[in-house]
Design a protein around this ligand. Structure first.
Ligand SMILES: NC(=O)c1ccc[n+]([C@@H]2O[C@H](COP(=O)([O-])OP(=O)(O)OC[C@H]3O[C@@H](n4cnc5c(N)ncnc54)[C@H](OP(=O)(O)O)[C@@H]3O)[C@@H](O)[C@H]2O)c1
Length: 313
């Protein structure tokens, strides 16, 4: 089978397609024949050799949100059978014809759901859903969604509108504004432009100075939910900025799954219902073949994606 790996950190060109043995599923694992692979931003940083939270050893093979058909199951797996169609966040070796997935967190793909949309089931949509809940967003409130055109961001915009909130999307470039408006955002601002003040919730995965600016934009009793650091900058928050009745909450999917497994599963089920029902739309920016993995990463590196970038083996 084909497997994309990298033996040096660097630009997208370090991604190489290699021949590899089809792996055998161990305890708790599924072997999936991949139909579609959703790319995640963190892999561009890991590939590039960024340090801190993105540091990983070489050789590397990206993660990904893989939709596929179960080809074999590990010795103790009873929850899925050969032939089932599932979606899973694959921790390594995700850009491949066959991947190993954790059966415990594989999401059932309902019949008829297209593979590209289903790539949002294991991570993008549940994260978007839960970070708004962590932020206790209610109808009529104003939420500032950072990276509003991105994989998670474009779903957070739609989910916030489903909660009848007022949504202001933040984008790195004005060329993304029409896309974010098409998702229902009431307003769109650029990262370096004027932001509203008195907002009730900020959803931020950029970190650094963007997070600090978002905290300043909060109204009394406003909340910032921090779920990533795309800028690579880890902000130091001056706690005095919180005396104005502001709260910062961190969110990480793995921590959530570990501490609240039932609610984490409910999130996947709810995200599935919303996507199947057409209330939540997963935008596909572009699809590439496995051999074009470098091109796909280039799109992400250029911050050009409107929604999801996919590999189709
Ligand atoms: N906490 C969790 O459980 C969890 C799970 C998955 C992902 N994440 C995080 O969520 C974020 C979104 O992930 P995604 O896969 O959906 O990615 P994405 O939003 O499609 O891509 C990242 C976006 O971040 C924005 N950005 C702002 N500053 C940036 C910078 N200095 N360098 C690069 N990009 C910058 C860019 O949009 P603009 O150009 O429009 O600013 C870029 O398109 C990432 O930070 C990721 O690590 C967190």
């Amino acid at each position: 089978m084909r497997l994309v790996r990298f033996h040096a950190h660097g630009g997208p060109e370090v991604l190489q397609v290699e021949e590899a043995e089809v792996p055998a599923p161990g305890p708790g694992q599924l072997l999936l024949r991949a139909e579609a692979i959703g790319l995640n931003f963190a892999d561009t940083k890991i590939r590039a050799g960024a340090d801190g939270i993105f540091a990983r050893p070489l050789p590397g093979s990206p993660t990904g949100d893989v939709v596929g058909v179960v080809d074999a199951v590990g010795p103790d797996v009873t929850s899925f059978s050969v032939g089932d169609r599932v979606a899973a966040l694959v921790a390594e070796g995700a850009y491949a014809d066959f991947v190993l997935a954790d059966a415990a967190w594989a999401a059932v793909v309902p019949p008829g759901l297209d593979a590209a949309s289903a790539t949002a089931l294991p991570m993008l949509a549940p994260v978007a859903l839960r970070l708004l809940r962590m932020g206790r967003l209610t109808a009529g409130e104003t939420v500032l969604v950072q990276s509003a055109a991105g994989g998670i961001g474009h779903l957070a915009v739609q989910l916030a509108k489903l909660s009848d909130a007022k949504v202001v999307g933040v984008v790195g470039s004005a060329t993304k504004a029409d896309f974010v408006r098409s998702l229902g955002a009431d307003d769109v601002v650029t990262t370096d432009g004027e932001w509203p003040t008195g907002v009730d919730l900020v959803a931020d995965a950029v970190g650094g100075s963007t997070l600090l600016r978002g905290i300043e934009a909060l109204a009394p009793l406003g909340r910032a939910v921090m779920y990533g650091a795309a800028s690579g900058e880890i902000a130091s928050v001056n706690v005095r900025s919180l005396f104005g009745l502001r709260t910062i909450t961190g969110f990480g999917l793995f921590a959530w799954r570990q501490s609240r497994p039932e609610e984490a599963r409910d999130d996947v089920a709810e995200a599935t219902r919303l996507i199947v029902g057409g209330e939540l739309r997963v935008a596909q920016h572009a699809s590439f073949s496995l051999t074009e993995a470098a091109q796909a990463h280039r799109v992400m590196d250029e911050r050009a994606n409107l929604g999801r970038v996919l590999l189709i083996p």
